[in-house]
Design a protein around this ligand. Structure first.
Ligand code: UDP
Length: 236
């Protein structure tokens, strides 16, 4: 398959067409943004880490029965994926209170939730990705009831699998954001799973090893991404 014109450039990735209408190439960038694009920067080596880590996790998820858009890793930064129509929902699963959840509900960061919980945001940069519920998603025509049920089931199952994988690497999965797409009318996992989209804390010290180091100016940002990558056994 041959890489063709660029289709789109987002905050962290570029997307290219190929000669196969069902296949796109994703190219991960080192650029980083936070707070709806207000804070901008770059994290050296992030593109390659996020690409390789996402592909590793998507292959494991596929083995556990979660359909994903992953086809083939082409290089450090580039991957062939199935061309999907993205469902305009950010699906967030939380195991431990942090970030906007802690702020909105007045719950200390680090409070372990009684059960994992799911949250939807409407993917819309101009509105700052507002929090919505599944009734809003249906009413706005963002997804059908059946699609939302599928998304919820996959999201909680993905959480169980990821928690296990990260715990084996000495990391607590606090929360994460995933996105789904429609591929020939079926819902599949798309986008990425990386320290950009997950909160990962060291299992003993609770040191933050994710994008919060960039968001909150905690320092050692590159080092945190490399640490997660190598704990997953992906270095070398
Ligand atoms: N997240 C993300 N993209 C977004 C918003 C959130 O990947 O646009 C991830 C974030 O890294 C965290 C989880 O989703 O792992 C929950 O984020 P939260 O709602 O607490 O938002 P934040 O505090 O990052 O604004």
């Amino acid at each position: 398959m041959n890489k063709q014109a660029q289709l789109y450039e987002g905050k962290a990735k570029k997307i290219f067409l190929t000669d196969d209408p069902d296949i796109l190439i994703v190219s991960y960038k080192d650029s980083a943004t936070a707070f709806n694009g207000e804070k901008k920067g770059s994290i050296k080596g992030k593109g390659e880490i996020n690409n390789r880590m996402t592909n590793y996790l998507f292959r494991l998820l596929e083995k556990e029965g979660i359909p994903t858009h992953y086809i083939k890793e082409l290089s450090g930064r580039e991957t062939a994926v199935k061309r999907v129509e993205i469902v305009p929902l950010e699906v967030i699963i939380r195991n431990v209170a942090a970030g906007s959840f802690s702020k909105r509900l007045g719950i200390a960061e680090g409070t372990v939730l009684k059960e994992p919980t799911i949250e939807f945001s409407y993917k819309n940069d101009a509105l700052g990705d507002p929090l919505i519920n599944s009734s809003f998603a249906r009413a706005l025509g963002l997804a059908s009831e059946e699609e939302i049920d599928t998304i919820k089931n996959y999201a909680f199952k993905i959480n169980q699998i990821l928690k296990r994988i990260f715990l084996a690497a000495g990391l607590k999965l606090i929360d994460f954001k995933i996105e789904f797409g429609r591929y020939h009318d079926k819902i599949i996992l798309a986008d990425e799973i990386s320290p950009d989209t997950c909160r990962l804390w060291d299992v003993t010290t609770n040191e933050k090893l994710d994008k919060d180091r960039f968001r909150r100016d905690l320092g050692n940002v590159e080092e945190a991404y490399v640490e997660v990558f190598s704990r997953l056994g992906l270095n070398g």
